[in-house]
Design a protein around this ligand. Structure first.
Ligand code: SAM
Length: 298
């Protein structure tokens, strides 16, 4: 690699992606090749071929998803909410630029419309071309790509619904965002969740990735508390993603009506999620419970 970006370090004749987490924790991935590299208007985008995890999407130097373990996160953020809702027909995905979440939602024949609101079209283009292990070369006619800031989309939809007679509402919303830095910051704010509540059907529900209970416990707690202040039902579940700092990762469900999974109903072809995982993922470790139970300001 004669010219390589700031996140790639050369050590002797080896190349390493160096991911810096929370300022003082570094993860190193040995890289075979840079398949795609671009500075978009929103973030630095790379698709790398790594020795251990295969191809990986890296945004602003942070690993988002990999061919080796991306299925874990993408299945967990989609099949849990899609199983809780008895009959999801209209689904909104905010973020999800690798198309992995949309690919999983498309496994539900009852879903008639999948709106995917992704701020950066370049991420989608790069993943469809260079990361088919995750994107699955998504071309389902129900998927509508809307290249827009998720916060702006929700704000506009609220205004449109307030002005219009016919409300455009969703059964399930999945917030598959990057970390709360840069373009995704607004997707972790209480205002965003309040506006999102308004675009859900009376029995709608949402799921979001709510960060690491180990490295970003404050963000996880804030997300849980902000959603709990708006929705009648809020539940946290976890999984383990090897390429995420600390492994354990949290997701939060916020629901207007339904609270429980229906494992007997689950019949999708998956690599991670199954009937047992749907139930057991809500069994959270004691230290995570303690974080959620402590009183803090949202
Ligand atoms: N699926 C990934 C994983 O496995 O962790 C998660 C991240 S996905 C790549 C995150 C996406 O959120 C990126 O494509 C990024 O461009 C998008 N994004 C960030 N901020 C956004 C915003 N405000 N509105 C819409 N999309 C946003």
């Amino acid at each position: 690699m004669d010219k390589y970006p700031e996140f790639i370090k050369q050590v002797d004749n080896e190349y390493w992606l160096v991911e810096t987490e929370a300022g003082n924790y570094k993860l190193h991935y040995k890289i075979k090749d840079i398949l795609f590299c671009w500075q978009s208007n929103f973030q630095h985008i790379m698709i790398l071929d790594s020795y251990t995890f295969g191809k990986m999407l890296v945004l602003d130097g942070i690993v988002q998803t990999t061919a080796a373990d991306g299925f874990i996160y993408n299945e967990m953020i989609t099949h849990v909410p899609m199983n809780i809702h008895p009959n999801p027909r209209k689904v909104l995905i905010i973020g999800g630029g690798d198309c992995g979440a949309a690919r999983e939602v498309a496994k539900y024949p009852g879903v008639k419309r999948i709106d995917m609101v992704e701020i950066d079209e370049m991420v989608v283009k790069a993943c469809l071309e260079h990361l088919p292990e995750i994107s699955g070369n998504l071309c389902d006619p129900r998927v509508n790509f809307i290249f827009k800031d998720g916060m702006k989309y929700i704000q506009d939809l609220n205004r449109q619904n307030d002005d219009g007679i016919e409300k455009d509402l969703y059964d399930v919303v999945i917030v598959d965002s990057s970390d709360p830095v840069g373009p995704a910051t607004s997707l972790f704010e209480a205002d965003f969740y309040r506006l999102l509540y308004n675009v859900l059907e009376d029995d709608g529900l949402m799921a979001c990735q709510s960060e690491s209970p180990v490295f970003y416990a404050k963000t996880m707690k804030n997300t849980y508390d902000r959603l709990s202040a708006i929705f009648p039902i809020t539940r946290l579940y976890t999984t383990t993603v090897p390429t995420y700092p600390g492994g354990i990762w949290s997701f939060t469900i916020a629901s207007k009506k339904y609270a429980h999974v229906n494992p007997s109903k689950f019949d999708k072809e998956t690599i991670c999620v199954n009937k047992e995982i749907l139930e057991s993922c809500f069994a959270i470790p004691e230290f995570v419970k303690k974080i959620l139970d402590t009183q803090t300001q949202c």
